[in-house]
Design a protein around this ligand. Structure first.
Ligand code: AFP
Length: 325
């Protein structure tokens, strides 16, 4: 079943369906650029940095432009917050029903090694961007109407939640359309695989030190079984593995740069991924609190993110609670 047919079946919200269709078109265009790699010069760095102070790749900027053009063409989006711009891009349609937060090309440092990258979109209701300006984006993740990512791997996948399950579509390059290939993903509640950048270990806080230490002890330790580890440095790919076979993805708060609450951005990384994981039966916390319940305070805010299989995330929450007692 093609994406547009699926949308008509599961959602009566025509404007939302139009938005999702345009985000998917952006994904198809970006997939074509990614596939051309160095032939299009897209793996080159630019002389510019984004609002996070990170060096931008040519493809970061091209992807931002492609996504902005598609979302503007939808005519149902009032404004877009992008990782690549300090301020939201305001459209002429300021009274349109939706706002979008996006990371047009997450994991772009992987382009240099021909690694997997993705685009992440979070759809919020427009609560009045015409009068509130960027404050209108400061809504908790629970308010999201939809979340999706497009993953540019060996196959191009679109993973979508409209708040009722998480579903996977695969791009048919011959017809340039996304086809439903997995309906209602379920993350196994208990698993033995974790993903964390272990080079930060000396900066971790006690709850994470304890959790990873116990995983490393394997069958001889308190967990009584061996654990496996993966780290792709591309959130889309790490989250996709968790949706596929379970496990946990951890980018915790650490003491490396205490002014930063974590590495990942709440509005266009943590929130959309948390909705997709929650709708697949998993959980997502910042340590003690559900990510989706966090009231944002700024557009490019960073948060710690621990997400994945339910039982493991509950254990991590308990370890954080015990560490505060
Ligand atoms: P880039 O977009 O700069 O490559 O960052 C990717 C990312 O935001 C996320 O996709 C990864 O999970 C995380 O950063 C990797 O961070 P480390 O480089 O610290 O492992």
């Amino acid at each position: 079943m093609q994406l547009d047919v699926f949308l008509k079946q599961v959602s009566l919200n025509h404007a939302l369906n139009v938005l999702i269709w345009h985000a998917a078109q952006a994904g198809i265009e970006i997939a074509a650029l990614v596939r051309q790699g160095a032939l299009q010069g897209v793996t080159e760095k630019t002389a510019t940095t984004n609002v996070q102070g990170e060096t931008q790749m040519q493809l970061d900027i091209r992807s931002h432009e492609v996504a902005i053009a598609q979302l503007r063409a939808s005519a149902v989006v009032a404004a877009v917050l992008s990782e690549e711009e300090d301020k939201p891009v305001m459209f002429e349609t300021l009274d349109a029903p939706f706002l979008v937060s996006m990371d047009p090309l997450d994991g772009s440092s992987n382009l240099a090694i021909n690694g997997v990258v993705g685009s992440i979109f979070s759809v919020l209701p427009n609560t009045g961007v015409a009068t509130q300006g960027e404050q209108a984006f400061l809504q908790p993740g629970q308010a999201q109407r939809a979340a999706l990512y497009v993953m540019y791997g060996p196959a191009t996948l679109l993973v979508l939640s409209l708040g009722q399950g998480t579903h996977v579509f695969t791009l048919d390059h011959d017809t340039a359309s996304f086809v439903l290939t997995q309906q209602t993903v379920e993350i196994p509640p208990e698993t033995s695989e974790y993903a964390i950048n272990a080079s930060n270990q000396r900066y971790w806080q006690p709850a994470i030190q304890r959790y990873i230490d116990e995983c490393l002890q394997g069958a001889e330790g308190v967990r009584g079984r061996d654990f496996n580890m993966r780290w792709c440095a591309s959130m889309v790919m790490d989250v996709h593995r968790i949706l596929t076979r379970g496990g946990v993805f951890l980018y915790p708060r650490d003491n490396k740069q205490p002014v930063k609450a974590g590495r990942l951005r709440l509005l266009y990384e943590a929130n959309p991924m948390s909705l997709l994981v929650a709708q697949a039966g998993g959980e997502s916390i910042n340590g003690l609190e559900d990510v989706l319940a966090i009231q944002p305070t700024s557009c490019h805010q960073r948060v710690p993110v621990l997400l994945g299989s339910r039982q493991e995330i509950q254990r991590l929450r308990e370890y954080h609670q015990q560490a505060t007692e």
